[in-house]
Design a binder for this molecule. Structure first.
Ligand SMILES: C[S@@+](CC[C@H](N)C(=O)[O-])C[C@H]1O[C@@H](n2cnc3c(N)ncnc32)[C@H](O)[C@@H]1O
Length: 298
């Protein structure tokens, strides 16, 4: 995929579900500028600072101001979620895992802000419009990834493993797989298919990091947030409360936390919406020495 330098006036800002990535970037910017920030995100700062007054951003801008207003609707959820994954990615890098694949990278600034080893490879899969947009804005913002960053344009409901392989993904290497802010935009069947494909592609020693919505978000408690998502042209299509069992059924042993679990909150408190799960999982392996039915954690 070639990089497409653009001037600000030429930027095509992705529509539909792509707009949800702008909203998340804005949430990360709000954290980034706090004196006690739990992370700083130059990409989110650039996106928000530069595009806030762009005409196509007007709706997002107004929505974020509402969400972050005097009585914030989502206190600290996106901060806690971001740090939950940051800390686990950094631990894996420290343990020698040097390949990361983000499924639906959106405007995630991690490859540009985390202290990755320069030889680590970071693949970010997203829809073609989003990949082009991110390449353009990182170019315009003058941001350089700390490691070898590779956007991969693919639809995650299609044959993305072939595109990832063509981009240089090494299936023999232990890999961090990050799926944040995506499952709710897939149907249950698409989510199942994605997990099956990831498990097949995950070498021993890999780590899976995922977020999913709690089932209540598809009912009345989630209505306000759902309406905001739909006003951006996107739609929540799934949510579930059986994450540990779901992941086990797909060959992963998971540590699962509710988004508002104080154990992962780093002193911040999370509001009731959006109610979500955060999970970190390692592959299950069949222990052949103990017979075909035995399973143990890799
Ligand atoms: C809420 S954003 C999350 C982005 C990023 N993971 C983060 O947390 O900042 C959702 C992202 O999912 C991407 N997406 C949605 N459906 C997709 C699909 N079928 N294939 C690839 N990307 C998809 C959108 O383009 C968007 O960038």
């Amino acid at each position: 995929m070639t990089s497409t330098p653009a001037s600000l006036a030429d930027l095509y800002i992705p529509e539909g579900v792509g707009r949800t990535a702008l909203f998340i970037a804005w949430q990360r910017h709000a954290e980034s500028i706090r004196p006690d920030a739990l992370f700083r995100d130059p990409l989110a700062d650039w996106v928000t600072g530069t595009l806030a007054e762009h005409p196509v951003m007007a709706h997002c801008t107004q929505m974020v101001r509402e969400v972050l207003g005097e009585k914030p609707r989502y206190p600290d959820y996106f901060t806690v979620r971001t740090r939950f994954f940051d800390d686990r990615i950094m631990a894996a890098l420290h343990d020698g895992v040097h390949q990361i694949v983000t499924l639906a990278g959106g405007l995630d600034g991690r490859p540009f802000r985390l202290a990755c080893p320069p030889d680590a490879r970071w693949f970010e899969i997203d829809l073609p419009d989003m990949c082009r947009f991110k390449q353009s804005i990182t170019h315009l913002a003058g941001l350089r990834a700390a490691c070898r960053w590779q956007p991969v344009a693919a639809d995650l409901t299609g044959d993305w493993p072939a595109t990832l392989a063509a981009a240089g993904f090494d299936p023999a290497l232990p890999t961090v797989w990050l799926i944040e802010g995506l499952f709710m935009y897939l149907t249950d069947a698409q989510g199942d298919a994605l997990l099956t494909t990831v498990r097949r592609a995950a070498a021993p020693g890999s780590l899976l990091l995922i977020e999913h919505l709690q089932a209540s978000m598809l009912g009345e408690p989630g209505r306000w947030a759902r309406e905001r998502v739909e006003s951006q042209g996107a739609r929540w299509l799934s949510a579930r409360d059986d994450l540990e069992r779901w992941l086990a059924g797909h060959g992963w042993v998971a540590e699962v936390h509710a988004g508002d679990d104080p154990a992962i909150g780093l002193g911040r408190s999370v509001g009731p919406v959006p109610a979500a799960w955060l999970a970190a999982a390692t592959p299950v392996r069949v222990d052949v020495s103990s017979g075909p039915a035995a399973r143990s954690v890799r």
